[in-house]
Ligand binder design. Sequence first.
Ligand code: ATP
Length: 358
Amino acid sequence: MQNPLVIGILNGDDIGHEIVPAAVEVTRAAAAKTGLLIDWRPMPIGRTALEAQGSTFPDGTLEAVSGMDGFILGPIGHQAYPKVPGAINPHPILRKRLNLFANIRPTRSYPGLGAIHDDIDLVIVRENNEGFQPDRNVVAGSGEFRPTDDVTISVRVITRLGSARVARVALEIARQRRKRLTLVHKDTVFKLGCGMFVEECRRVAREFPDVAVDEVIVDTMAMRLVRDPQTFDVVVTTNMFGDILTDEAAGLVGGLGMAPGLCIGDGSLAMAQATHGSAPDIAGKGIANPYAMIESTRMMIEWLGHNRGVEQAVKAAALMEGAITAALADPATRTRDIKGSGNTRDMTRGIVAAIEAA
Ligand code: ATP
């Protein structure tokens, strides 16, 4: 008998309380259908944890999730946290302490959603722990500082190790897809930083002769994503470029509700995390698009299936994929941001019904 996959449920804030339960409900339905055993472990995080335990990231949460196979992290609304000692942003701590260095963000079209393009299927792999992000590119303190009132310095960290390992993740994904990888950088200006990133990517790519590699400068990439996104398969880039390009790509297929993501590192665990934030403007209304969270969770289940050799998980992920596509094809089972007439519940129920009917 299969050992249960241990998966944490961390709702996060605002719409996290609506879309994370939706992702769990869909996964439970697929698991029941395929015989996949999951030991679900709800964990405290965010504003509810602050109210109950005095911290948005209570002691023990990090240790607990680090021993799991994976976890769902709902969006964190840290910008609205009160200025009290227990209110901290858990994101950088999770990504850094769990060494989740690769952020895999697919952009996929589902026809009929009124999106700018109807035929996109690409994956942006974003380096997750270095670059310009000041909250995670140093061990202590911040990668941004102000030596005088009139001067601010933002540090960008690029390492050979960080660049090589994210390149390897991207190349492995490309190998399973259309075997094309685009390196996005700006070594024309950032000769040392982007220079090192691209040097390492090229070096690792030599181990993947079956993957065709090309390079695009980031500003050209921003334009080409709008004009001819169909020409891309897998893209790998540094942290901030990836952050910006993935939101741009989401805009091409229906908006932030359509932007899933999976964070992985050395293979020990995976974190399902949608690209979007906690959307406080629509929280509590029951209208949030659960796609990004459900698809992020599906990606995690698929990854665990391959990584842990659990056949039922691979089957459950395939079942979820078909059911998501079926629900998205019907306006009654998709949300209004993607030209539907339904709400979060309708879409979740639609996906569950498609799983049960499969
Ligand atoms: P962060 O900085 O934390 O990533 P943000 O400032 O980018 O957050 P979001 O919370 O992602 O902001 O929201 C941006 C806009 O997208 C808001 O109008 C929000 O309602 C919308 N949005 C985000 N996620 C969803 C979703 N799942 N369904 C529908 N609309 C969404």
